[in-house]
Ligand binder design. Sequence first.
Ligand code: ADP
Ligand code: MG
Length: 137
Amino acid sequence: MEKTLSIIKPDAVAKNVIGKIIDRFESNGLRIAAMKKIKLTKEDAGKFYEVHKERPFYNDLCEYMSSGPVVVMVLEGENAVAKNRELMGATNPKEAAPGTIRADFAESIEANAVHGSDSLENAKKEIAFFFAEREIL
Ligand code: ADP
Ligand code: MG
């Protein structure tokens, strides 16, 4: 059993499709082990996306991620990291496979509906960024 971090980003929360996105996870063998709706500060977003700080889109990304509420979740299941990435689809919704979350709900390469950890090691760090042990059930 693996755990991974998922974020429903501000564009998808604003579109009122939280439930539709969560259904993709639950229907594909992932279980919600922790969940909360929060609004990140720009500083929070900056820390979370620190790995991207040299990228040209970093500042815009931090503005966008703090522009409205997000839903942060710990997903648990077999191969949860890879399974979540598969359900999400490619970063650019124009390249995302049909039926993936990003193909169906994303607005653009930036406002792309969901975040998912890209490795087990990063999943552990990202989960610890948002959740205390006692919140993960
Ligand atoms: P992913 O979320 O698929 O793991 P990355 O880790 O490469 O993608 O990028 C993190 C986030 O930064 C993306 O989900 C997206 O919101 C934003 N992003 C990535 N590439 C670009 C880009 N070329 N222009 C604008 N925003 C981008
Ligand atoms: Mg990434």
